[in-house]
Each structure stands twice: as structure tokens, then as C-alpha cells.
Design a protein around this ligand. Structure first.
Ligand code: ZN
Ligand code: ZN
Length: 202
């Protein structure tokens, strides 16, 4: 008889020292790209606040349950390693995030009560998805769709999108949008090590 391993989930604890973990976001911004916000990939779609911590809320559990709930899925999600994020649906930004307050650790990462981004960079979602098969391309443009959703793309994937008649929307220079993102959240850029996973160190 085989043993079924339940996912490792340690009882939640109050983290007084912030925990550093990995996360992806989508991005939304103004027409000229001079006002941008990080948005969760899943969830209620509320932007991450600027210069103050994001605070998790629960929309599923019973009222007055502490967030993140141990037997719930609420909390700000982040992973132990960037590779675990490769299957994220259409990310626009990859980064490290500081987590604190009540934190539940599980097999692949954490669910936390409070968080703030530490280092960020734009990612081409097509390169990011194929990460590990080759060098990720440098984002050259950000395609802004109607409604404000922003999609960073490397040059080859922009050309591919155009060749296949994909409506990319308004094109903005990626360097400018990334700079706006970093100064909005007052954080530093996440550097990539060539051919390897990105390093959280400057
Ligand atoms: Zn909950
Ligand atoms: Zn690409």
C-alpha cells in the first residue's frame, strides 16, 4: 500500500522579519504609459497599492476568519523559486516580494497577509513561458491594449505577433514603462543572469 503524501503546509506563523519570495503580476497603465500599476494574475484584480503594503483579503472563507486562512486559499501568493512561476498565465512583470504579518508556508511557497514588491522587471510572456529552453529576450516594447492591459514583448515576439495579424494595440518603449514602474513603486530593477534564472541580488 502506498502512502499518500499530503502537501507540506506548516502552521501559519507571524513573520516579524520579512520573507523574500517570487511572484508575477500583470500590468495596467495609462495611454501614454506614464501611470502604471501591478495587478494580481488571479483574484479580484485590484491593483497593488503604491508605497504602502498590499493587504490580503478573503472572499471565500467565513466572515471574520483570519487572513490567510490555514484551510483556505486566500493571502498574497508567492513562490520559493522563479521557475515555479513559469506556468503563470500571461505574466507581464516578474519580481521578488517581501512578505510579512501572518504567513502560511506550503510546498511551493507562501500565502501572506502583507506584502510589497522588492525588485521588478518586465517580462515577455512568450519568452517567460519557454524559460529554460534559451535566453529570455529583452523586452523592447509594451503593447497597450484597450482597457489598459499592458503586454511587454521582446522584438522577435512582437514581430511574430504582427506577422500573424495579432492586434497588439498601442506600442510604448519598454524601457520607459519599466522605469515608470520602478519609480512608481520606488523599487530597483531585477537583474537577470545570462542563461540562468534571475538573481534577486542587484
Ligand atoms: Zn480565506
Ligand atoms: Zn519574447
Amino acid at each position: 500500500m502506498s502512502t499518500i503524501r499530503t502537501p507540506l503546509e506548516t502552521p501559519s506563523a507571524l513573520a516579524t522579519e520579512p520573507i523574500l519570495a517570487w511572484r508575477t503580476w500583470t500590468l495596467a497603465g495609462s495611454r501614454e504609459g506614464d501611470d502604471v500599476r501591478l495587478l494580481p494574475i488571479a483574484g479580484d484584480g485590484k491593483p497593488w497599492p503604491v508605497r504602502e503594503p498590499a493587504r490580503a483579503a478573503c472572499h471565500r472563507g467565513p466572515r471574520h476568519h483570519v487572513v490567510p486562512g490555514f484551510a483556505c486559499r486566500c493571502g498574497l501568493h508567492a513562490t520559493h523559486a522563479p521557475d515555479l512561476l513559469r506556468r503563470t498565465r500571461d505574466p507581464a512583470v516578474l519580481g521578488t516580494v517581501a512578505l510579512w504579518g501572518r504567513v502560511v508556508e506550503h510546498e511551493h511557497g507562501f500565502r501572506a497577509e502583507l506584502g510589497y514588491p522588492q525588485r521588478l522587471r518586465l517580462v515577455c510572456y512568450l519568452c517567460f513561458w519557454r524559460w529554460g529552453e534559451g535566453e529570455p529576450g529583452t523586452c523592447e516594447v509594451v503593447a497597450r491594449r484597450l482597457g489598459g492591459r499592458m503586454v511587454p514583448l521582446c522584438r522577435p515576439h512582437l514581430e511574430l505577433s504582427l506577422r500573424y495579424g495579432y492586434r497588439v494595440g498601442r506600442l510604448l518603449p519598454a524601457a520607459r514603462v519599466e522605469h515608470t514602474l520602478l519609480s512608481t513603486y520606488a523599487v530597483d530593477v531585477l537583474r537577470m543572469v545570462a542563461g540562468r534564472s534571475p538573481s534577486p541580488v542587484g
